[in-house]
Design a binder for this molecule. Structure first.
Ligand code: NAD
Length: 367
């Protein structure tokens, strides 16, 4: 029998709500197929700080390493905003990414036909957008040392430094992953950097150019990060796969999220050489946490990516992705996508709607 083990790290705020909704759907699919799903849930982020005075405990990392996949909600919130850097909830994410070696972050951005009017951009600009941001996740400015704030008596203030650091091998592996992804799509790769200014970007561009001849069927171009930010809202349909370093990818993928109408729609997968992690792109949304109105579709779509990349169940992944499209086409929306929508539903109701599409009639009758 097919048996899989998941570690759940829901985190804070709506992270808890959307994870519960997505796992509910996944469990129903496993039951329906006669498969076994074992889950273990751990605290991370603010919840772990409150309980254990640390953003993530070592036993959580160990559990994640031994699972078939990890599903994460989101971490953070105003309660923990003023803690020192090493105690901030985000440290949990950074540690998980580093310890699991998750250097390859895939963020697909697809505008569903039923949501073309939900974007803040004009319909003709966003309709048909289907792109993939491949973000380097364990290097660059977020990890480089030194990273510190120190007193600066000469200016009667403080001095802060972050370090943007990349090695050739880090660039090579993410660029190869992006070429491979482009090979399975429309065969166009845009590498985004700031090679006009940054030394790390010059190494990045040189590495892309060295690797490109290995992939003769992929069309490659280079784009500066500031231009890419502009092109994403001017003509997003020009992009197939975008590959870029950690911080540019963080910012550009949030911008791309708005093409879909809401950040509540955007899934992600973080892959490395061991256990992979899946999470919605959005944060813990303290402004709506506890109201059960958060859109769970980003997390449900992250579960679809998990089914495809980690659980080796591509047909279930297709079924889940089709269910999301169908429910949206029927006019159901969460509160983040209310423009012109007829049927506004909460987090749990949205999960129930998806469930009704993915489990067989026999299972529906017996629930
Ligand atoms: P956010 O993504 O939490 O929220 C931005 C806006 O989008 C808010 O108005 C929110 O209500 C809305 N939103 C987000 N997800 C939604 C959903 N699923 N359904 C409906 N509306 C949704 O970003 P923020 O406000 O900048 O950050 C809030 C907290 O989350 C901060 O503590 C931040 O550090 C943290 N954060 C965590 C992650 C993560 O865990 N991966 C990512 C980003 C931000």
């Amino acid at each position: 029998m097919n048996k899989k083990k998941l570690v759940l790290v829901p985190g804070d705020g709506i992270g808890v709500e959307v994870t519960e909704a997505a796992v509910d759907v996944l469990k129903a699919m496993f039951d329906d197929a006669g498969y076994e799903l074992e889950t273990e849930t751990y605290l991370i982020g603010g919840a772990s700080l409150d309980a254990f005075d640390t953003p993530i405990k070592d036993d959580v990392i160990a559990a994640c390493k031994s699972a078939d996949a990890v599903l994460l909600g989101a971490v953070g919130g105003p309660k923990w905003d003023n803690l020192p850097a090493h105690k901030r909830p985000e440290q949990a994410l950074l540690k998980l990414r580093k310890e699991l070696g998750l250097y390859n972050n895939l963020r697909p951005v697809k505008v569903y036909p039923s949501l073309t009017s939900a974007s803040t951009l004009r319909e003709e600009v966003v309709s048909g957008v289907d792109l993939l941001v491949v973000r380097e996740l364990t290097g660059g400015l977020y990890f480089g040392k030194p990273k510190e704030v120190t007193p600066h008596p000469e200016s009667d203030g403080e001095r802060a430094v972050d370090t943007m650091l990349y090695h050739t091998f880090e660039i090579e592996r993410i660029v190869r992953a992006a070429f491979d992804a482009a090979g399975k799509r429309r065969k166009k790769l845009t590498s985004v950097d700031k090679a006009n200014i940054l030394a790390t970007s010059q190494l990045w561009r040189k590495t892309v150019e060295r690797i490109a001849p290995e992939y003769p069927d992929i069309e490659v171009d280079h784009m500066l990060g500031d231009n890419c930010a502009m092109q994403l809202v001017r003509n997003p349909k020009q992009f197939d796969v975008i590959v870029t370093e950690n911080m540019f990818g963080d910012i550009l993928s949030d911008e791309a999220a708005m093409l879909t109408g809401s950040i509540g729609m955007l899934p992600s997968a973080s892959l490395g050489d061991g256990t992979a992690m899946y999470e919605p792109v959005h944060g813990s949304a303290p402004d709506i946490a506890g109201q059960l109105i958060a859109n769970p579709l980003a997390t449900i779509s992250s579960v679809a990516m998990m089914l495809r990349f980690s659980l080796d169940l591509p047909e279930m992944a297709d079924k889940l992705e089709n269910a999301v499209e169908e429910v949206l086409a029927e006019g159901y929306r969460c509160a983040d996508l209310t423009q012109g929508a007829q049927k506004i539903v909460g987090t749990k109701e949205m999960a129930e709607l998806i469930k009704s599409k993915v489990i067989s009639a026999k299972s529906v009758a017996s629930t």
